[in-house]
Write a protein that binds this ligand. Structure first.
Ligand SMILES: [Zn+2]
Ligand SMILES: [Zn+2]
Length: 144
């Protein structure tokens, strides 16, 4: 399954923060230039292709971050309950990708925020996702 535009931007932004090359999605073999622009109200990363006219302005306050395992598992649990899933960083909508292995019943979930492009992934049988187990463990620790 091809990457969505949001997923492409997520990967580009991740490459930017890691100091890697920024291949233009539209021009094979062309590298874009990225700049982190800090302003009082709207920090962003600006990507510019030297060949085409396309530019990308990616809001970065908050800055992109990978959700931890427990946060990603919590999103799967929300889906199981039929609840909405929102970005932990900026409360925007999350794009969900689910790749299911029919044989094992396991799925790989990837979540990407449409605004700050934070993301997280979780793999397992969806029905096994349970924050309840985690909070039980945390509570048990409180009593020691
Ligand atoms: Zn281009
Ligand atoms: Zn976000």
């Amino acid at each position: 399954m091809a990457l969505t535009e949001v997923e492409q931007l997520r990967d580009l932004l991740q490459a930017f923060w890691q100091g890697r090359e920024l291949p233009c999605p539209r021009h094979l073999g062309t590298k874009m230039k990225g700049t982190h622009v800090q302003t009082t109200y709207a920090d962003h990363v600006y990507l510019e292709c030297p060949r085409g006219k396309e530019t990308y302005t990616l809001p970065q306050r908050p800055r992109q971050q990978e959700f931890n395992h427990q946060q990603s598992e919590g999103l799967v649990e929300n889906i199981n309950r039929g609840d909405n899933i929102l970005c932990y960083r900026c409360q925007s909508k999350l794009e969900k990708r689910q790749e299911e292995d029919a044989t094992s019943g396991r799925s790989r979930f990837t979540f990407t925020c449409v605004r700050c492009l934070s993301w997280g992934s979780w793999e397992g049988r969806p029905q096994d996702a349970s924050m309840a187990l985690h909070s039980a463990a945390v509570n048990a620790k409180d009593f020691i």
